[in-house]
Structures are given as C-alpha cells and as structure tokens.
Design a protein around this ligand. Structure first.
Ligand SMILES: *Cc1c(COP(=O)(O)O)cnc(C)c1O
Length: 429
C-alpha cells in the first residue's frame, strides 16, 4: 500500500519520468549499503546509551543554571558523557565555544607555546583555520605569536603522505594536526584507519608529540572515534554531528586530561579553565542532542549515500561514490558550472522545512577566501547536521552536501536540485 520513496517524492516535486526512473534505480541499488549503515548506527547508539548510564545522568542535570557556573552539575555531567562516549579522559563542552573553528583554535592556542612547531599533516587547513594559523598580522594568529607551522600536502593519490610527514618533524614539533574531513576540497577524507597509521608513524619517530584531529563532520560515522586510534586530542562543532540537531550553539574538545585543561585555560582564562560557564537553559538540548547524535548521523549517512547514487544516475561526478566507505558526512558533487551549482543549491533550499521560499545567493563570509553559497533552512541557523549544502564559488564548482535529520528529506532535496539543473539544461547528457 505504501509507494516506494522515489514515487512519493515524484508526487511532491514535478519530476520528469527519466528522473523518477533514475531515482528508483538509485534507491534500489543502495539498499544494502543503507542497511549496513543502520546496523552500525545501532552500535554507536548503544555505546551512547551506556555512556549516559555510566555517568549517571539524572533529571536534575536537565535544569538551567545562571551566573558564574561554579560547580555547574549539568556542565559536569555533560562533559563526563562526552568524555566517555568519545573514549577520552576529559572533555570541554561549551556554548561559549561558538563554533568548531573556535574549539579547534582553543585547542591549538592552548597547547602550543612560542617557539613550538606545528605540523599540519593533511594539506592546507580548512579555510577558517588558515586564518587562525596564518591570519593577518595584528590579530594574533599562531604564526604571529611565534609558532611556526609547516603544511605537508597530501600525496598525489589524495592520501596522507607518510614519508614527507615524518621527514617534516623537528625537535621543536609539539603538535601534529590531522583534518579528518575533506572540507571544501575535491579529495578523499581520511579514514580512521589511515589516520591511525599516520599517528603511529609520527609517534614512533617522535614519541612526545601531540596528535590532534580536527574531527568536524566525523563523529559517529565510523564505529570508533580518533582517540581510540591514537589521537591525544580532538575537537569539533556542536552545529555539526554531536549537537544532534538540537544544540543551538557550541563546540567541544576531548582527549588527554592535561591537554583538555590547557584548551580550557585558553577558552576561558588561565586559572578558570572549565570551572566556570553556566549552561543557562541549554543542558537539556545539549544532553538530548548528544544522545540522539548517533541516530541522526545514521540518517544523514543514508541520505548521503542515496544522494550520491542519484547524482551518479544522471552522470555527475561524486566523492565519495555511493558504494564507498565513509568517515564523514560530507558528500561532494561536481556540478561543473556556477549556474548548475546555484540551481542545485536552490533545490536543496526548496526542500527545507524552514525558509523553503528563500532563494540562496552567494556572498562573502568571514574566514573564507571565495564567495560562498549556503543553502538549507535548518531549525538551528547554519547547523549542518541538518540538510544543507555549502559551496565556494570557484572551479570546478563542487557542491558540498551534508546533514539531513531524516534521509527522506535528503532524497527530496537532491532530486529537486537535479530537477532544477536538468530543467535549465545545464547538464549535458
Ligand atoms: C566545519 C569545519 C570546521 C569549522 O567548524 P565551524 O563550526 O564551521 O567553525 C573546521 N574543520 C572542518 C574540517 C570543518 O568541516
């Protein structure tokens, strides 16, 4: 009695028959892949449940607090749950970390000292982190404070280049940073297996070095987290995976207790660390969002696999392919022209629950080099565990699709995007 999803969506959007056929085919051939994702989601979800139980979270922890937040029980429970679920000794989780960039900057500024060397092992850092490390003089970037940074490009195959990474280690190298997700680049993301191998190589050459992972978009995608494969410290954004679509702001740092303490001393002030900062009325949203995060990450992954297959059906290059293993939420789709890119992004916007009538336009954004178009109407502004697509306006005009709290919406948005692109004749078939 229930129609297949492709036909349900076709009834909602005005789809050409060829696109409906492509959608049926794409969904049929990803069934197995999506079933695998659902069973992995179960493992991550049960690990999360156990973390809540082991910490002993109670309804008392859901209540609001104000003021300085000394001894804020909700914050302490939240940080304990994060530490457990991520396999770290300690975590800093805060609405006063306004984004992933802020959390990562707190970790880097917290751990590094003047004269230290920072090795970035995964090619150019994410756009906003380039500013943190190399930014304009006068704003106090890491470089300006006397922390030297070397960036080791990825190998010709787009993978971590181990020999050059090890060769770039110096006696003063204090921290080696790895970015797990591809960011806004047409290259493969780094799996935990690949990161683990690189961390082992770095540590056997230079045992005292801190291995740091920018874990943005990676949480709950694989069956483990970077701390389980040798990383000492990791950080990310609550507007992405661990916010579970409910956290309205925030960032986290997790890992070795001494390093998290250094990040906390930078995030607030030396001596205050994570002893201050009330959760206000956010405790429930933070805790409930984190609890639901593995579930929604699983939904987003099913949506990404389906989106990849839909694009493959109409001949668009995608990364990763629909059948490939994933380590992050980002689905790159190469549209090839500015017009096709904007038409696709408008389709995603048209299938948002919020602001579906808004027309996304490219604009300049602080921290980003090129104009960026950002589409998607989330319940939390800019949150990218919700269905969204970002794209810097530069060749080869790649759309970076991510999120989707329910995979049906991702299928709907992708089909609307492809419909727009095909209707305007931007896709030479
Ligand atoms: C999103 C992202 C960041 C920055 O997080 P914001 O919350 O946008 O500041 C850093 N690194 C990577 C790989 C990201 O995807």
């Amino acid at each position: 009695l229930t129609l297949p999803l492709a036909d349900l969506v076709a009834g909602l959007l005005d789809l050409a028959p060829e696109l409906v056929a492509a959608a049926r085919q794409a969904l049929r051939r990803t069934e197995e892949q999506r079933a695998r994702l659902v069973s992995q989601r179960a493992a991550n979800q049960l690990r999360m449940l156990r973390a809540f139980q082991e910490v002993g979270v109670t309804d008392y922890h859901l209540h609001g607090t104000t003021g300085y937040g000394y001894g804020d029980a909700a914050r302490e429970a939240l940080e304990a749950v994060y530490a457990r679920a991520f396999g770290g000794e300690r975590a800093l989780v805060s609405p006063y970390l306004v984004s992933g960039t802020h959390a990562i900057a707190a970790a880097l500024f917290g751990v590094l000292r003047p004269g230290d060397h920072l090795l970035y092992a995964t090619g150019s850092p994410y756009d906003t982190l380039e500013q943190v490390i190399f930014g304009r003089r006068g704003l106090g970037s890491l470089t300006e404070l006397g922390i030297e940074c070397t960036v080791v490009p990825l190998g010709p195959d787009g993978q971590l280049a181990l020999p050059p990474i090890v060769a770039s280690l110096r006696p003063s190298t204090r921290l080696v940073a790895f970015q797990r997700s591809r960011g806004y680049r047409w290259e493969p993301s780094r799996s935990l297996a690949a990161l683990g191998e690189a961390i082992r190589a770095v540590k056997s050459a230079s045992p005292g070095v801190v291995a740091f992972v920018d874990n943005c978009y990676g949480e709950f995608v694989e069956d483990r987290e970077p701390l389980a494969i040798g990383a000492d410290l990791m950080a990310g954004s609550l507007l992405k995976n661990p916010g579970g679509g409910l956290a309205p702001v925030g960032g986290y740092v997790a890992g070795r207790a001494d390093l998290v303490a250094q990040a906390a001393a930078r995030a607030t002030a030396p001596g205050l660390g994570s002893e201050v900062g009330p959760l206000l009325d956010l405790a429930r949203l933070f805790l409930q969002g984190f609890f639901l995060a593995p579930h929604f990450v699983g939904e987003a992954l099913c949506g990404a696999v389906a989106a990849a297959a839909l694009c493959e059906e109409v001949g668009l290059p995608v990364l990763p392919g629909s059948g490939e293993d994933r380590t992050d939420l980002v689905q790159a789709i190469r549209l090839g022209s500015r017009e096709a890119l904007l038409a696709f992004c408008q389709g995603i916007q048209q299938c948002s629950a919020i602001n579906s009538r808004v027309r996304p336009e490219p604009s300049a954004l602080p921290g980003y080099r090129d104009e960026v178009v950002m589409a998607g109407g989330g319940f939390v502004a800019g949150a990218t565990l919700e269905l969204s697509v970002d794209a810097p306006l530069r060749p080869p005009f790649v759309a970076y699709l991510q999120g989707g709290l329910c995979w049906e919406q991702t299928v709907c948005g992708t089909l609307a995007g492809l419909r727009n692109v095909l209707q305007k004749g931007f896709l030479a078939r």
